[in-house]
Design a protein. Structure first.
Length: 240
């Protein structure tokens, strides 16, 4: 009887998992945004670095252009809803990314095109339970295990370490339906913008590769920017 009472008291100390996912979604969603980021793809042989400018409108529309290095300059990607296009200036060709190509690494990175397509709407995509507390990078976190409600979701299971104050995921483990760990994401160095906490550094490890990781750092970001509709169009994609 005492053990049941103690378990009940401890359970009430945890916030509801749905509340945590909703708070996390709110922190990771913005009406409009513009950012300059650096992406470093690290493997056993070398490190490749890219400079990217990106634009976003809600969770459905995004556009990005590679600024550096010279060999990739002018390469663009456009996401409209659940469709994704890639423009390659050297070939002067636009290609729609679909099917098995979605699982390929973007510019050989550990972030797939499928990852890029994912929207921060975890509360509607997963059912979840708070499994406990843990400390990560010196920060108290809630650990949350989430199971996808839709079979089409890229990762049927996720485990989050959600910062108790910032309400952002400091770590995620992404699993296949079989239970195999596919990827580990670490997020850090958050800044507060317009009342929302946003991580500015992300490290992605593909657990199926050896000695590989991708580090994405946001160099600058603006929220609530005015963006022309043309930015989210095929015309912008192919404009030189």
């Amino acid at each position: 009887m005492l053990s049941l009472l103690l378990a009940s008291v401890l359970a009430t100390e945890f916030p509801a998992a749905e509340e945590l996912l909703n708070a996390m979604d709110q922190n990771l969603q913005f009406d409009t945004r513009s950012a300059v980021t650096t992406m470093a793809v690290v493997d056993a042989r070398r490190t490749r670095s890219y400079k990217i400018i990106s634009y976003g409108r809600g969770q459905d529309d995004a556009a990005m252009e590679y600024l550096e290095p010279d060999r990739e300059k002018g390469t663009k990607m456009l996401k409209l809803g659940d469709e994704l296009w890639l423009y390659m200036p050297r070939a002067e060709r636009t290609q729609k990314i679909s099917g098995h190509m979605m699982r390929q690494g973007m510019m050989g990175s550990d972030m797939s095109y499928e990852d890029m397509m994912g929207a921060a709407e975890f509360a509607s995509m997963y059912t979840a339970a708070v499994t406990g507390e843990a400390e990560l990078d010196g920060r108290p976190c809630w650990t949350v295990e989430a199971t996808a409600t839709d079979e089409s979701v890229s990762y049927p299971k996720r485990v989050f370490w959600i910062d108790q104050e910032w309400r952002i995921p400091l770590k995620q483990e992404l699993f296949a339906l079989s239970g195999m760990l596919l990827k580990t994401w670490h997020m850090s160095d958050p800044v507060q913008l317009e009342g929302q906490w946003m991580p500015t550094r992300m490290e992605i490890v593909d657990e199926l590769k050896t000695g590989s990781k991708t580090v994405i750092v946001i160099d600058s970001v603006e929220l609530g920017v005015e963006l022309e509709d043309e930015v989210f169009s095929r015309r912008w994609l192919e404009r030189q």
